[in-house]
Design a protein around this ligand. Sequence first.
Ligand SMILES: [Zn+2]
Ligand SMILES: [Zn+2]
Length: 344
Amino acid sequence: MIKTTSLTVDQLADAWKHIYGTSPADEADPLVLECARRLAADPGGEQARAWVSGLVAMSGYLAWRPGEEAERAALDALSAAVKALGDRPCSHADHPYEAEMDSLEDEVWAGDTGLLTGQLAAQDDDADADRVLCPRNIAGWARLAADVIAPFTVRRVPVGAPKYHDSCMRTLSGIVNDYPYGDPHDDLIDEAAALPTRPTRGVLAGYLVTMNATCWYATSERITDRSVLDAMLKGIEAAVPLLGDERCTHDPDEHPDTADSDHANRIGYLLRSPGGRAEIAESYGWDEEEEEDPEDDPLDAWVCPAFLHDLAEETIAELEDGLESYETAEAEGDEPGGDDGGRA
Ligand SMILES: [Zn+2]
Ligand SMILES: [Zn+2]
């Protein structure tokens, strides 16, 4: 176990760089707890930017399988920083964290926030230090990190999915609306292979929602190659064991309705980024002005493991049915092709 209490900010910053989703808890948790402790002790202070930058740097670990205490401490400290810094007056039209939201690959930020040094690596413009160190920029990063660790618990995240996700949404929307832009076989196989090995809760939920939204198409006569179904089944079977074991806190009717596959496809990508989730929240009428109290809102049902288990089961059953049709067709020597799942 690392002794963290006597380390300087520079030494800690160096240690944060080596914390990933794969880090063992006995290495990562003490660093998270120390960082969260220092942030919580003075969330609006001069050093807050350093501790926020630490929790952002360790968000890949925190979004995967952190110790319970470390996760709680990090979220509490980030929320305290948002409260202390988020409403300080400033004259900036925007802040650097907003531009970085477009490059949040699988939503864990691997780049430099600039919060430690006061500047962004790519820019040494002094005028920018002001915007980088602006309390509202620090609060913005704190919001992003908290929302990646615990989706739908944070308000006032700027709306908008990364551009890359917009193009994925368009591709899948074309498929389920029967106007595919490319070859649906290739696109669905690519989609099935798109899950990272240690996805955040948002990315994992989004993946399973998209798989469900496209499975009827994959089992319809439009798909003539069983490798699509094989790839989708393989992807889902790898994804299900990654679901967490958080208890379902929803009423039976609070789990989302996924019957509209075009809508579900879109949600499936919006779930994969803080800006995308903010868009879902906005469409559900979340009040942007209220910083807290989303507990009563069933929005987090989209990332509920119980909901996602059921959804995955439904998807697997549909795909297995489709595979059976291939096998029957092969046995009878017919042209391969499934039946229409009845949802087109
Ligand atoms: Zn500002
Ligand atoms: Zn639930």
